[in-house]
Design a protein around this ligand. Structure first.
Ligand SMILES: CC(C)(COP(=O)(O)OP(=O)(O)OC[C@H]1O[C@@H](n2cnc3c(N)ncnc32)[C@H](O)[C@@H]1OP(=O)(O)O)[C@@H](O)C(=O)NCCC(=O)NCCS
Length: 459
């Protein structure tokens, strides 16, 4: 008698997802949860719409919408307007960095902005209607959300139909967002007397974000991102730091300087976060919003606490943090030299240049890792930072494909138990760790197997 395979078995093994894909997805889950229901104003320049990758960008934007983010998209149309002017045999005229829009130029502006709006609507309409998405529809709504006033005559130059934002119809925008529509906002504003004004997309995005009290304002930049000659991309800036850069670097590309000024303005008026992301980075928007490290620059009013890998420069700070806990017997004593040797194992939570928390991860093969030295400065306890540190360490372990973490504790057992850790035995420890186990200290072992859940490390 021959053995028949069960009906659903297959001889060709299915390709397993690559570990980095799994890690990416698992890392993104907390951010997906944290961003759901949040309002984000995303600003792009007309140049973006001309790029070959623009449909990809629109698809990424549609993904934000599909993940429950309330998306307001603001677009500029400068190069499109230039083209229309050129077609009409008109020369662009600028003063103080702004277009002078006389009535002939206004026709070109209306034409360019209108066409671009249709182009974006078209791309967004088909962005979700892909096989496998259940023909999910994305509804886009445009409208007269922005009221404007003329710039008037400045330094003798009449700006005609160039205007500035006077007000934003937040009720209308919120109603659209409540109905799960993407709000598309053009660089045009309307006066109560029915005139149309040409506005800067940058100004519109900033004022809309402020008026809506948005959670985030994202500038998709054409001029790259801010870099520090020594440390690469400047990932986080407070308002004073952004102001300092503006003061110290008058040579900054005009576009980046404008974004920074807008970020300062928005952060001073609202407690929102402004992101500068290079539009040309494939998947940059998603990377910035859904990964711990991000890809661009984040400007915020207050310094953000930053969890980062420790370096030898942190040894003093870590030592100072752990020493009182060591003398209380809560943590095992570690000499400075020991910390230096093992600094690669440590993460630090830094606030305004100060080490306020730390934790270390000691892997034992792929099976298990120890989370050790989890500690917060006493002034910073009791407000969820311990959770953040623990979750981050678990996340690091997951990224390395580790299946189980454990802690050895004398006094914090309850805290770990409340976070899903279960009592274990010394015998359960990896062999090398078991050999080092200090019987006199008699710490209890708590373990947790790592699933896909995590708590956001949200910035
Ligand atoms: C343990 C520690 C990291 C928790 O950080 P935290 O930011 O204060 O923790 P959270 O804000 O997430 O949680 C605070 C809650 O845990 C409780 N908690 C703190 N330490 C605890 C302990 N040792 N046992 C039981 N519960 C504890 C607090 O009472 C608070 O409870 P509440 O919700 O009723 O207010 C921090 O208290 C610390 O650094 N302790 C000293 C070092 C230490 O014990 N490390 C563990 C080494 S194994």
């Amino acid at each position: 008698m021959t053995d028949h395979p069960p009906p659903h078995s297959t001889t060709t093994p299915r390709p397993a997802p690559r570990p980095e894909e799994l890690a990416w997805f698992r890392g993104a889950v907390p951010y997906i949860a944290a961003h759901r229901g949040r309002t984000m104003v995303i600003a792009l320049a007309g140049e973006a719409a001309r790029a070959a990758e623009f449909p990809d960008l629109m698809r990424d934007l549609a993904k934000l919408h599909a993940l429950g983010i309330r998306v307001v998209l603001v677009y500029g149309a400068r190069p499109q307007i230039e083209t229309r002017l050129h077609e009409r045999g008109l020369k662009p005229h600028y003063a103080e960095g702004l277009r002078v829009t006389d009535s002939a130029a206004l026709e070109a502006v209306l034409d360019a902005v209108g066409r671009l709006r249709l182009h974006i609507e078209g791309l967004l309409s088909r962005s979700l209607g892909q096989p496998g998405t259940g023909n999910a529809r994305l509804r886009v709504a445009s409208g007269n959300f922005v009221t404007a006033r003329p710039l008037g005559v400045r330094h003798g130059v009449d700006f005609h139909y160039t205007g500035e934002v006077r007000g934003v119809d937040t009720d209308a925008l919120r109603a659209l967002l409540d109905h799960e529509q993407v709000a598309l906002v053009s660089p045009l504003g309307y006066s109560p007397t029915g005139e149309v004004f040409n506005l800067s997309g940058e100004d519109v995005a900033t004022q809309v974000a402020i008026a809506l009290n948005a959670d985030k304002l994202v500038f998709l930049t054409e001029a790259g991102v801010l870099r520090d000659p020594h440390h690469g991309v400047l990932d986080q800036l407070t308002v004073p730091e952004a102001e300092r850069i503006l003061a110290d670097h008058p040579d900054l590309p005009e576009e980046l300087a404008n974004h920074l000024k807008s970020a300062v303005d928005a952060c001073q008026r609202r407690d929102l976060r402004v992101h500068l992301v290079d539009r040309r980075d494939d998947g940059g928007l998603l990377t910035e919003l859904f990964t711990r490290q991000g890809i661009g620059t984040l400007v915020s009013r207050e310094p953000l606490e930053r969890l980062r890998p420790a370096t030898v420069d942190d040894v003093g700070g870590i030592h100072a943090l752990l020493a009182p806990l060591e003398s209380e017997g809560i943590l095992v004593h570690r000499a400075r030299e020991h910390l230096e040797l093992e600094i690669d194992r440590f993460q630090v939570l830094e606030a305004d240049g100060l080490i306020i928390g730390t934790a270390a991860l000691y892997p034992f093969g792929e099976d298990a890792a120890e989370i050790a030295c989890l500690a917060l400065h006493a002034d910073y306890r009791g407000s969820g930072r311990g959770d953040r540190l623990l979750t981050a360490m678990e996340g690091l372990a997951r990224e390395r494909g580790i299946r189980r973490v454990f802690v050895l504790t004398t006094r914090t057992a309850q805290w770990f138990q409340e976070r899903g850790y279960t009592p274990g035995q010394v015998e359960d420890l990896p062999e090398t760790r078991r050999r080092d186990y200090n019987r006199a200290r008699n710490s209890r072992v708590y373990t947790r197997s790592l699933g896909a859940d995590a708590v956001p490390d949200q910035s």
